[in-house]
Write a protein that binds this ligand. Structure first.
Ligand SMILES: C[S@@+](CC[C@H](N)C(=O)[O-])C[C@H]1O[C@@H](n2cnc3c(N)ncnc32)[C@H](O)[C@@H]1O
Length: 248
C-alpha cells in the first residue's frame, strides 16, 4: 500500500492516474473472497432477516434473494431519496418479491408514512412474503400485488400516477427489463431512483454477449444510461446493480 506521500507522487497528474494500474486484477478466488468479505463486513442483520431465506428454501422458494450487503444498500438508498411532504411518505415499487427479503430492507428505509408496493407472480412466494412482512413488523407499510409485472404495471401507473415513486427496484424477469423501463420510468419522481439487480449476470455472465438475457439486460442498461433525464451508473457488487437518479 502507498503512504500518503508516495500516493501524491504517483498521482501527480491525471495522466499518471490513468496509467497507474492498481494491484487488483480480478480472479475467481478474489471475487469469491471479496463478496464474502463485503457481506461479513456490511451485512449485519437481525435474526429474522438472517434466517428468512433458509426458511424460504425449506418452503420451496428458490435461493435467489439479494445478499445482506445489497439489502443494506437498498435501505440506505431508499433513505436517501427525497421524502415528500409531511402528510405522505416515500413510495417504493419492487418487481419480484420472492420471500420478502429485499422488500423488508426497502421497507425499513421508507420512514414514517412510507409504502412499498411489491409485485409477485407466484402465489407461493407472495403468501410466504406476506408472513415475513408481518413477522418483520412492516406489513402495514407493504402491499403485495399479485400477477405478472407487465400485466399489472399499466394499472399501477394509473393508480399511483407519474412522478410518484421515490424508488423502483427491478428484480423480476431479466428478459423483460427493457419493457419494465417503459412503464416505470414515468413513475419515478424527480430525485427518485431506479435500481436494477443482475445487470452483470444471473446464470449468465456479462461476457456472454450472444446470451438473450445478456442482450436484454444490455439493452435496458443502455436505455437508462443514455437517458438524459437520468444520471446513471453500475455498481459491480454481487451480480451488479444499476443505479439511476432522475434529475431533480
Ligand atoms: C430474483 S427473485 C426476487 C428476489 C427478491 N427481490 C429478493 O431479493 O428478496 C424474482 C422473483 O420474481 C418473480 N417473478 C417471476 N416472473 C415474474 C413476473 N412476470 N412478474 C413479477 N414477478 C415475477 C419470481 O417468482 C421471483 O419470486
Amino acid at each position: 500500500m502507498f503512504s500518503g506521500v508516495a500516493q501524491r507522487r504517483v498521482f501527480s497528474s491525471c495522466a499518471d492516474h490513468v496509467r497507474y494500474t492498481p494491484p487488483m486484477d480480478m480472479t475467481q478466488a478474489r471475487w469469491t473472497f471479496l463478496n464474502d468479505y463485503s457481506n461479513d463486513l456490511f451485512g449485519a442483520q437481525d435474526e429474522h432477516l438472517a434466517g428468512l431465506m433458509d426458511e424460504a428454501i425449506e418452503a420451496g422458494l428458490p435461493d435467489i434473494a439479494v445478499s445482506a450487503d445489497v439489502g443494506r444498500l437498498l435501505k440506505i438508498l431508499t433513505m436517501m431519496t427525497p421524502a415528500p411532504g409531511s402528510t405522505q411518505g416515500r413510495l417504493a415499487l419492487e418487481l419480484g418479491t420472492l420471500g420478502g427479503y429485499s422488500g423488508i430492507w426497502i421497507a425499513r428505509g421508507l420512514g414514517e408514512g412510507g409504502k412499498l408496493i411489491t409485485v409477485e407472480y407466484e402465489d407461493l412466494h407472495a403468501d410466504f412474503a406476506q408472513q415475513q412482512f408481518e413477522k418483520a413488523g412492516v406489513a402495514n407499510q407493504v402491499e403485495i400485488v399479485r400477477g405478472a409485472a407487465l400485466d399489472v404495471l399499466p394499472g399501477l401507473r394509473e393508480r399511483l400516477g407519474d412522478a410518484s415513486l421515490a424508488i423502483a427496484f427491478l428484480d423480476a424477469v431479466k428478459l423483460e427489463y427493457p419493457m419494465y423501463w417503459e412503464h416505470v420510468k414515468p413513475m419515478i419522481a424527480p430525485g427518485g431512483l431506479v435500481i436494477a439487480d443482475n445487470i452483470y449476470g444471473a446464470g449468465w455472465n456479462v461476457e456472454d454477449e450472444a446470451n438473450e438475457q445478456r442482450i436484454a439486460m444490455d439493452e435496458f442498461c443502455r436505455l437508462v444510461a443514455n437517458d438524459s433525464e437520468f444520471e446513471t451508473t453500475g455498481v459491480p457488487l454481487r451480480s451488479g446493480l444499476l443505479i439511476g437518479r432522475r434529475k431533480a
